[in-house]
Design a protein. Structure first.
Length: 212
């Protein structure tokens, strides 16, 4: 089984809970071919007009500059990593109600008609990655699972809508650690119980490999 772990936190594990989730998952997953795509370590220019200019040059058959080639290579690397994966593990925090900017850039790179989705003759969206599965590992210091705060949470919801809704991946597991900043007196217990759940997800995935 080819597993791609998209790591989206560059804080040390002692400070970043989702970084600790990443380490815990990696320590406990066995018997899989695992690759980490660290969005903070990769060369990932923001997606914008420079990319659109490159696409225009490609369509016209114009010569590309070194910077143009850099942009295309960065995008292609993300797409190749996603293509090779059977299971994609997204490990990320909630920062200011949403996902870290480098993770957004990764999504922008792979969110492409003809690659992760297409439109049919009726103009309806058709998912193109229904053969892949996804796991979500997320940490957020506040409490967003209650009805009042849930509409403000735009990290897990966003990844679910993109990976599951648009791309069509089957989300097979999810661990969310929340409230460790809001309830500092309970932080140790919240984090410990959350890491146990991460271990269970990693073990479950490993067992599926053995079973299959």
């Amino acid at each position: 089984m080819n597993v791609l772990v998209v790591k989206a936190n560059n804080r040390p594990a002692a400070e970043g809970i989702s970084s600790k989730m990443y380490e815990t998952f990696m320590e406990n997953v066995k018997d899989v071919n695992i690759t980490t795509f660290d969005v903070f370590e990769e060369d990932m220019p923001y997606f914008g007009q420079d990319f659109f200019n490159v696409f225009g040059k490609l369509q016209k058959g114009e010569q590309l500059t070194e910077q143009d080639s850099r942009l295309l290579a960065a995008k292609q690397k993300a797409m190749d990593a996603l293509t090779a994966a059977e299971v994609v593990v997204f490990v990320f925090p909630l920062w200011n109600l949403t996902i870290p900017a480098p993770l957004q850039t990764f999504i922008d790179y792979v969110y492409q008609a003809g690659f992760t989705f297409k439109y049919n003759e009726q103009g309806q969206l058709v998912s193109l990655m229904t053969d892949k599965k996804a796991i979500i590992l997320n940490a957020r210091g506040g409490i967003y699972s209650n009805p009042e705060a849930a509409p403000m949470e735009m990290s897990v919801n966003y990844i679910k809508n993109v990976a599951g809704g648009v791309f069509g991946m089957q989300i097979i597991d999810e661990v969310i650690i929340e409230g460790h900043n809001a309830m500092a007196d309970k932080a140790a217990t919240i984090v410990s119980e959350g890491m146990d759940k991460v271990k269970a997800v990693a073990t479950k995935l490993s067992q599926q490999v053995v079973t299959n």
